[in-house]
Design a protein around this ligand. Structure first.
Ligand code: NAD
Ligand code: ZN
Length: 698
């Protein structure tokens, strides 16, 4: 070896050598975090922090080559095979990609310069052609096709040996079980390499579901995807929506490779594999750089997370000439963007009241640059999630900001606190209007019960009040409500009815004619029905149908306002949660006041004695139905309306209490569940027949 250790041998062996100690500490830390990340899918630090430790070790080893041990994380791909999965020995190792440490223009130039040097290209030589792609933030998968059929899917593992996840991968709709084209079907082996990932919207929906169920949420889409693929139960894995992009090849037998990488991707696309079309073939450092900048500008708008772009030498013969170092090819590099997860300090927790009355704990942070902007507020979602994450004021927390999603605190950096910090509690009264804060039983969210009275909910309350199926005030939309509330013209629902023509005409972008139209619409809306009025009040849990049922049952508003929970329960379809919500609403003096003000303003309806009977035959009284999939002729709303008109109830989830499941095209897990429970499953024709049947005896 030509490189001499920098320290005299005696000292190099001495236990006190600080460089050696540091390298040892870094190796141990990296092994620990790699295990948390790759094996347990439960990282404790951000990728940026991990990369920093990794780069520190790389630099240390470069300066002191004697410190480079064969088991160093810089020398091999980390990862392992989880118990319960069969190991798969890769025919061609699955490697990592070198990361260009410089995230600025210099990164692209450094890579191009290195490639030119290694290919021994002189000053005057032509620019190297590169295939430029996105670096998807998911989990690497090797798909083995034999004679066009998917026979095995495996994770990367430690690069030599991965996990057999064929069953789980078969559940991903985007991955073809059979390749298209005679060539692909004639090939003895085509191994396709790509990334399994989760789209941001799928991730948000998944986490919202977890949150509402009080279950653990996932830190980021990569983590959720990795967890889903490495789920021992394929049925659980299928519940998580996963996507896939192919980006390369592994072992290939009996298929002739095209001359360039870009053509390989075209060929994979033609075989029916999803290949991301956000890619290009570019020349030289300048081409790399403009791709990096173009993608960087669009990064937030992409439907999935990327942590950078990947540059690959396009010609496969040049790739072969460049070859590999231990854990990565020499012909490719990842050029990253600013991290989407960063660590900062949680200064305080404030409570915000949203438009719908939901109280959200919001973290006030030491400002931190994350995902391309400076963030100082991040949501903590709800108090249960906050508790589960164990976050307290003063903690070092991980903040994530990706795309247009609101920044959130995804966890804390484990470590002892210097002093005792009390746990966070939700306030008992609304920080905006002082109304009582309530939580629906079993629900995860706290809400202000101020409804139509709470200024934080004013805009939403006005919009709902004016909406077509409520008071139907034409012309009172989003923008106008903003103007009216922000300008202080309307401070309560009843305030709408004292608006003057001159006030409206004075508003920006409001013509005299539209102002008059609105005055007319307000006037017209005064004559309404009790059902519409009840719905317009925006009582939680009281939708349009319940409002109508209540109106029919009580006939008079005063009777309804005076009803106790037991009397409310006598109304068709009103259960305990709904009854409690209605009762709580009318128990608040300020809500009664709003109602009185509206009546005073002239809002009126015809009252009855409440004995009005339901019209038409009601064969489905007391029956609960669940709709799933697409029906051949009936829309979902239509089917629901028919069922409700027949006295039945439509529920969103299948349980033992479900009487019928109506299944159409592409019915999903609800159908599985129904079959599991042995419920009666109907198609559209079956539903229609049921609607015609004689009234049920209940
Ligand atoms: N937070 C932690 O504790 C922790 C621990 C370990 C690793 N990590 C993170 O994991 C990453 C470590 O890297 P790695 O060795 O897995 O490599 P890597 O993820 O940086 O790069 C290699 C991988 O990139 C993926 N990839 C995405 N798009 C690609 C494309 N177009 N072409 C080719 N490959 C593409 C492939 O899955 C491939 O396996 C780093 O970002 C690191 O921060 C974090
Ligand atoms: Zn309030």
């Amino acid at each position: 070896m030509s490189t001499q250790p920098l320290f005299p041998p005696v000292q190099a062996e001495a236990p006190m050598d600080p460089a050696r100690q540091r390298a040892q500490a870094l190796r141990e830390a990296l092994h620990h975090h790699a295990h948390r990340y790759y094996v347990l899918d439960a990282p404790e630090i951000t990728d940026a922090q991990y990369d920093q430790l990794f780069q520190e070790l790389q630099a240390l080893e470069a300066a002191h080559p004697v410190l480079r041990t064969p088991d160093s994380p810089t020398q091999r791909v980390l990862g392992a095979v989880l118990d319960g999965f069969a190991p798969v020995r890769h025919a061609v190792p699955m490697l990592s990609i070198r990361t260009e440490t410089d995230t600025t223009a210099g990164g692209a130039q450094a890579f191009d310069a290195r490639i030119r040097r290694e290919l021994e290209l002189g000053e005057g030589a032509e620019d190297v052609q590169y295939s430029t792609e996105l670096k998807f933030d998911g989990l690497a998968i090797n798909l083995r096709y034999e004679f066009g059929r998917l026979v095995q899917a495996a994770t990367r593992g430690d690069g030599e040996t991965g996990e057999d996840v064929t069953q789980n991968i078969r559940g991903i709709g985007q991955i073809p079980l059979r390749l298209q084209g005679a060539d692909a079907q004639a090939a003895a082996v085509i191994e396709v390499r790509g990334e399994v990932y989760m789209r941001r919207d799928d991730f948000e929906r998944l986490n919202e579901r977890q949150r509402q169920a009080g279950d653990k949420t996932f830190v980021n889409p990569r983590n959720a995807a990795a967890g889903a693929v490495r789920q021992l139960d394929p049925a659980l894995s299928r519940k998580r929506p996963l996507s896939f992009f192919a980006y390369g090849l592994g072992d290939v037998q009996g298929w002739t490779l095209p001359p360039t990488h870009a053509q390989v991707l075209d060929a994979l696309h033609a075989m029916g594999l999803p290949v991301c079309q956000e890619r290009a073939v570019v020349a030289g450092a300048e081409g790399l750089l403009s791709f990096h900048q173009r993608v960087g500008a669009q990064r937030d708008a992409l439907p999935f997370d990327i942590d950078g772009v990947v540059y690959k030498v396009n010609r496969l013969d040049l790739q072969r000439r460049l070859g590999f170092v231990t854990r990565e090819p020499r012909w490719a590099v990842a050029h990253k963007y600013p991290a989407q997860e960063m660590v900062t300090v949680l200064n305080t927790i404030e409570v915000q009241v949203g438009r719908t009355g939901k109280l959200t704990p919001v973290a006030k942070l030491e400002p931190v640059f994350v995902g391309g902007t400076t963030v100082s507020n991040a949501t903590l979602h709800n108090v249960f999630e906050l508790r589960r994450k164990g976050v307290r004021v003063g903690d070092q927390v991980i903040v994530r900001r990706a795309g247009d999603v609101i920044p959130e605190v995804v966890g804390r950096i484990p470590g002892a606190r210097a002093q005792y910090v009390p746990n966070f509690h939700m306030p008992r009264s609304c920080p905006v209007c002082d109304s009582a804060v309530v939580r629906e039983r079993g629900g995860m969210d706290h809400r202000c019960s101020g409804g139509i009275y709470c200024p934080a909910q004013r805009k939403q309350a006005l919009l709902h009040f004016a909406s077509r199926r409520a008071m139907d005030i034409e012309g009172l939309g989003d923008k106008l409500v903003d103007q009216l509330v922000d300008g202080g013209l309307v401070t309560s629902l009843a305030g709408l009815y004292s608006l003057q023509l001159a006030q409206l005409a004075g508003l920006e972008r409001m013509a005299e004619k539209s102002a008059q139209n609105l005055i007319d619409a307000l006037e017209r809306s005064k004559a309404t029905t009790l059902g519409r009025f009840l719905f317009a009040l925006g009582v939680r849990q009281v939708g349009e149908t319940t409002a109508k049922d209540l109106a029919r049952h009580f006939g008079q508003l005063d009777a309804l306002m005076a009803a106790d929970e037991a009397q409310l329960l006598a109304v068709r379809d009103v259960g305990p949660i709904v009854a409690r919500s209605i009762h709580a609403f009318f128990a608040q003096p300020h809500n009664r006041e709003v109602v009185a003000q509206l009546r005073e303003a002239g809002v009126s309806w015809a009252e009855s004695d409440g004995t009005q009977k339901d019209a038409g035959p009601q064969p489905l009284v007391g029956k609960t139905l669940v709709l799933t999939g697409t029906l051949p002729t009936l829309g979902r709303d239509e089917a629901k309306a028919l069922i409700e008109a027949a006295g039945g109830k439509v529920s969103g989830s299948v349980s033992k209490k479900t009487h019928f499941v109506v299944a159409g095209e592409a019915a999903g897990s609800k159908l599985d569940k129904a079959q599991e429970l042995g419920l009666t499953v109907l198609d559209e024709a079956g539903l229609l027949a049921l609607l015609q049947s004689p009234p049920a005896v209940t």
